[in-house]
Design a protein around this ligand. Structure first.
Ligand SMILES: [Zn+2]
Length: 150
């Protein structure tokens, strides 16, 4: 359905003589494929609202798993971080990835790559580490670094 609508919409605009350089859609798999294969001349962006919603849902699910309740307080700030990254990086995708992944460290109280002021409030940090790290941090990382976002 969505793909057919997009095809018709694009054809309609191009038939009318419009030159389309950028297009923003949701994250439909078929749309991604279609844009990649049939419209290489256009920049394809995702609507950040859909991305943020996906993250929020996935973190919500993760936070319900055993020992992962500590993820919950981070959901809202993760969504905010997502909007902030989108708004502050423009089209620079490398910078996007860099800023986005600082979140995984931020939640474990490592702020090397953060741009915020010194924190003076206590947060519920998720313990990171291969051997003694928390399950919560592991699942959090899985969501934030999932291929779904690329
Ligand atoms: Zn930080």
């Amino acid at each position: 359905m969505e793909l057919e609508g997009l095809k018709r919409g694009l054809k309609h605009l191009e038939d009318a003589g419009l030159h389309i350089e950028n297009i923003v859609t949701d994250r439909h798999g078929m749309i991604k494929k279609y844009m990649r294969e049939d419209h290489q001349d256009k920049n394809h962006f995702f609507d950040v609202w859909h991305v943020a919603k996906g993250i929020s849902k996935k973190l919500e699910t993760a936070s319900k798993k055993r020992d992962c309740g500590n993820i919950r307080p981070w959901i809202k700030s993760s969504v905010n971080h997502c909007y902030w990254v989108a708004a502050s990086c423009g089209g620079d995708s490398e910078l996007n990835v860099q800023k986005w992944s600082s979140l995984v460290q931020h939640v474990s109280n490592t702020h090397e790559h953060c741009e915020h002021e010194l924190l003076n409030e206590e947060s519920l940090w998720l313990k990171e580490g291969i051997f003694f790290g928390s399950r919560a941090h592991k699942l959090f990382r899985e969501v934030v670094e999932s291929r779904y976002l690329t």
